[in-house]
Design a protein around this ligand. Structure first.
Ligand code: ADP
Ligand code: MG
Length: 398
């Protein structure tokens, strides 16, 4: 990690100072408007607690959902403030705005260790345009800037990137540090064998990841609907499966280039439709019925993928192996999660990236047994693609 973090700051730069912290509190709410999954809030606690313990006055900024460029009560961060208060057991104020003289005054009246959460940054139309005036207004809210919003770091917005132009020092929070450490270590100096597992719905969104990982890994295991586009490249029948017809040539080209390192599932779980889970059955990959679709990898594939995982020293996984939201098509995904948990215990570095993949691992109750489950969906993908993240680029170098 070549970026400064809060731990690189001198005590005098922290105590009594206002830390403007960009967090990713973009969490789901239930029907009653309460936070239904507080993973992202909990992920920011180490930074918040560190700052509070070191006497900072904490000002939190986050986006929330996709309001259409103006205030919308549906996208208020108020319920998140309530949850944060329960989790931190500290004073947590909430303000229904995020810039302006009254808010600046509120940040200045905070006591050491106190926390204020401000309203959704996306209530300002300038936020997603990385508007400089808005960034300047955000910068007035703190004495130094901390970016802990890894999940938003791939976006150059006023509160993730622009603000750092006007507020120094700008450093990484502990979650950001952790994300960059683990993802970075896997890519830069992986212990070998290094295995990548890629799945999910579409090959199109993952091409850059495949291209970036292929030269680095000993093996790349394919699952999900993505496998079907590769099957088509082998002239196999794929029935009603999700296939991206316009990516078949690309899949063929990838197979030609990396046959030895690219593994496709040997067998699949197919059904006439997702509404007929009872009709699910296993077929070899060259026997997919023309009127059925592949919804998961089959037991032989699970067994061989699991064995490969046990021999690896580094595993990066992105994209579910099947339609994990609909049992029994969650079996492949669960089995891979279990194999990874076992590998972690045996000393393998296991990393899960991607929103749905993280959700699947969480759902299987195995998140704690991975070395690292990234909180950033799109951001972790862009990192794996080898792209620079704007929210990281703006931070001070060590
Ligand atoms: P991530 O968010 O982890 O990057 P993706 O968004 O790429 O993952 O893919 C997740 C989605 O892929 C899930 O909604 C899952 O249902 C779907 N999926 C996986 N396998 C299949 C399949 N065989 N057919 C249709 N959809 C699939
Ligand atoms: Mg997804």
């Amino acid at each position: 990690m070549n970026k400064k973090t809060i731990r690189d700051l001198k005590p005098v730069e922290v105590r009594g100072k206002r830390a403007l912290v960009r967090v990713d509190f973009n969490v789901p709410l239930d029907d009653s408007g309460k936070v239904s999954d507080d993973t992202r809030i909990r992920a920011a606690l180490p930074t918040i607690e560190w700052l509070a313990d070191n006497g900072a006055r904490i000002v939190l900024l986050s986006h929330f959902g996709r309001p259409k460029g103006g205030p919308d009560p549906k996208y208020s961060l108020k319920p998140v403030a309530d949850r944060l208060r329960e989790l931190t057991k500290r004073r947590v104020e909430f303000h229904g705005a995020s810039i302006g003289p009254a808010i600046v005054a509120a940040t200045k009246s905070l006591g050491e260790g106190d926390i204020v959460l401000l309203e959704n940054t996306r209530f300002h139309p300038g936020e997603e345009k990385n508007d400089a005036e808005l960034a300047r207004a955000f910068a007035e809210l703190g004495d130094f800037f901390v970016n802990d919003a890894f999940g938003a770091a791939h976006r150059a917005h006023s509160s993730t990137a622009g603000v750092a132009t006007f507020l120094h020092p700008a450093v990484a929070g502990l979650l950001m540090e952790r994300e960059l450490e683990f993802l970075g270590r896997a890519l830069a100096a992986p212990k070998r064998p290094f295995l990548a597992i890629l799945g999910g719905a579409k090959i199109s969104g993952k091409i850059d990841v495949i291209e970036a990982l292929l030269p680095k890994v000993e093996g790349l295991l394919i699952g999900g609907a993505m496998a079907c586009t590769f099957y088509r490249a082998l002239d196999l029948e794929t029935g009603e499966s999700l296939v991206e017809a316009d990516r078949v040539d690309l899949a063929r080209e990838l197979l030609d280039r990396a046959r030895m390192r690219l593994t496709l599932p040997h067998d699949c779980v197919v059904a006439p439709s997702l509404e007929e889970p009872n009709a699910a059955h296993v077929v070899k990959r060259d026997a997919i019925p023309a009127d059925e679709a592949m919804y998961d990898i089959g037991p032989d594939s699970i067994a061989s993928y699991s064995r490969a995982i046990q021999t690896a020293k580094t595993v990066v996984w992105n994209g579910p192996m099947g339609v994990f939201e609909t049992p029994p098509f969650d079996r492949g995904t669960r089995a891979i999660a279990e194999a990874m948990a076992k590998a972690t215990n045996a000393g393998c570095l296991t990393i899960v990236g991607g929103g749905d993949s993280a959700a699947a691992v969480e759902q299987a109750g195995l998140a704690q047994q991975m070395t690292h489950v990234s909180t950033g969906g799109g951001a972790s993908l862009e990192f794996l693609e080898g792209k620079a993240l704007p929210g990281v680029e703006v931070l001070a170098d060590k």
